[in-house]
Design a protein around this ligand. Sequence first.
Ligand code: AMP
Ligand code: MG
Length: 267
Amino acid sequence: MSKHQITPGQQVKLDEIPTRGEEFCDDRRQAEKRFKQLRDEIIKWQQVLWSEGRQKLLIVLQATDAGGKDSTIRKVFMGVNPQGVKVVGFKAPSTLERSHDYLWRVHNEVPPAGMIGVFNRSHYEDVLVVRVENLVPEDVWSKRYQHINDFERLLTDTGTRILKFYLHISRDEQRERFQDRLDVPEKHYKFSLDDLEKRKKWDAYRAAFEEALTRCSTEWAPWHVIPADQKWYRNLAISEIIVKTLEDMNPQFPTIDFDPASVKIDE
Ligand code: AMP
Ligand code: MG
């Protein structure tokens, strides 16, 4: 089990979990080298998973604004065959989506056999932003933890491995990243004034994250809290967990129903 995994039943207190990678690794250069090797492993495993066409891997990414979800996806899946990976971002639901139950749009996007699915935000928004911004009353959102565990159980029972990562950054790191987005013209598009409103509610978001991490880290769909102030450590930690999981899933190239040595191709 990864040192970053939340044990089922463990009460998560984010203040007690480091946001800095140096607490776990003191050699940045070695970490960057290892990360590249692990990325090659992901590339190889994805090809086998795809060829086998039976199992599915779902990776869920959640974080506060500027937590690094987009850059994690860009770095960790760089070089993977785009045909075998589907990234889905979840924004505020449309009118049609809101007319269904909140898991409807999510279920529709889970990976099919042979695929790796990556969720940039997810059904967890329905117990995070929805809870903190009072988009539905408490008696509605409070039932969702159980729904989510049951939904993830259904996916697991039907051949999906689920890995959930919370990118854990400090309040100072968020401020620096926001400032960078304001200082660098090419990064302006990443900034939104709404992000500052959410930052004012830091403690309420913290509490909502802690409850989701505590109540929804299950044996079948564990949460991992990844120290994410330093991108080099974040990339290493996440790719290590993904490779371990793929090794454990152990997909196989399909067996063939012909003898390649005896096949003759016309001149
Ligand atoms: P971004 O990831 O920066 O493009 O922003 C997407 C926005 O959609 C975030 O502010 C999310 O909180 C919001 N969002 C995602 N899912 C939901 C949801 N189920 N209900 C309300 N807002 C959501
Ligand atoms: Mg944003």
